[in-house]
Design a protein around this ligand. Structure first.
Ligand code: SAH
Length: 241
């Protein structure tokens, strides 16, 4: 049997025998870019059912159909971890979203802060980056990218049962040890290039769910800080064990 290398995230339910129609972009990618034809095998996942093998049963220029065969991987959900970050330059924002999807964040939330450099993001493009990252890294779940929201509004509605790991550049110094507390929902917060304002810092400190932490003795750029914080969290409290 030919080896299936291409992985696609789809919306449809996946179970043996199901048909999965392809939209124009998917058909273009599989049949024009990747040059697959009838009988080719690919892997599908949908963030709910796990990963399945599927066979191309119709290959048009602008449409196509896959037929689902057996399951190849069970669903693996990431831990209940959100990444909140202030958008920076486009390429670095794309990087943060891609890395968050690879590192196993469940939800990615761009937030504007007082010193945010960019107050617009293309949510649809960021969602596509998250999907491509999940396809590429072998995950079976695509994290949701939320619409851009103000940090102050997000904090006003902060859920009582979610801890907030506040990466505070003012604490630059020895990195913290995170003590596992089972069953806790978490979020990581990374600031913009300009850091957090005094008002934001005060607001964050006033929130009982906040855990301010240092990411070591050097000030990291926001994109580096996001990867470092995700690493620290996954290693101490997440699914790396
Ligand atoms: N311009 C700021 C740095 C901002 S770095 C200054 O010079 O102070 C961007 C974001 O990365 C910060 O808001 C913080 O969330 C995170 N960060 C970078 N280095 C960090 C460190 N050593 N400890 C904790 N957070 C850090």
């Amino acid at each position: 049997m030919a080896e299936a290398k291409i992985r696609l995230s789809v919306e449809q339910d996946l179970a043996p025998g199901n048909s999965v129609p392809l939209d124009r972009d998917q058909a273009n990618y599989l049949f024009n870019v990747m040059r697959l034809g009838l009988g080719a095998l690919i892997l599908l996942f949908n963030s709910r059912d796990g990963e399945f093998l599927a066979e191309v049963v119709d290959a048009g220029k602008r449409r196509g159909m896959l037929q689902v065969k057996g399951q190849t991987k069970p669903l693996q959900l990431p831990p209940d971890l959100w990444l909140l970050f202030a958008p920076i330059k486009k390429a670095r924002t794309d990087f943060i979203v891609e890395k968050a999807a690879e590192m196993g964040a469940a939800r990615i939330c761009p937030v504007t802060t007082q010193f945010t450099n960019s107050d617009r993001v293309r949510q649809d493009k960021l969602q596509a980056h998250a999907r491509e990252a999940a396809e590429q890294c072998g995950g079976t779940y695509v994290p949701q990218v939320a619409e851009l929201a103000r940090l102050s509004s997000v904090l006003n509605d902060w859920p009582a049962d979610r801890q907030l790991m506040f990466c505070d550049e003012a604490r630059v110094g020895p990195a913290e040890t995170l003590t596992p507390a089972s069953g806790c929902k978490w979020a990581i917060l990374i600031g913009p290039e300009g850091g957090f304002s005094q008002d934001e810092r005060a607001r964050l400190h006033a929130l009982p769910q906040t855990l301010p932490i240092s990411l070591g003795p050097r000030i990291l750029r926001a994109d580096t800080a996001a990867v470092a914080a995700l690493t620290l969290w996954q290693f101490s409290l997440g699914d790396w064990a």
